[in-house]
Design a protein around this ligand. Sequence first.
Ligand SMILES: [Zn+2]
Length: 146
Amino acid sequence: MPPPDDHSAAQARAAIQTALGQIGFCLPGTITIRRARCGKPRCACAADPPSLHGPYIQWTRTVNGKTVTRLLTPAQYQAYAPWFANTRRLRELAAELQALSLAEMARAEGWAKITPGTPAPPRTRPVRGPNPNYPKPPKTPGDQPA
Ligand SMILES: [Zn+2]
């Protein structure tokens, strides 16, 4: 594939900008859906086979450097799933625009290529004990699971 000329780069940029303009609301953070044991020995979740509690839909994000988790109801999750998808799309489009810009800079400067930086790996949460995320009493009425 030949390097893009001005015209094709401009077309690609316009396509990305059009897609960016179609993105709606974007929510930060990640959704984790899990089932959990409560730790009570006679509960069904301790049986064999276990009947675990949940599912719990956890929305985790960073606020002022701290990890904040809120439980979403299934209805909330369904309602806002497109907003999380929009964030993923926004990141994809930003990456595309950066790659295109790097290629365009290399072309304009006559450089063979510019190696794009690699994004930081996603933050992973350590796996804790057997009862890591059993819901605590909600702080606000909106936190209650369904
Ligand atoms: Zn239980």
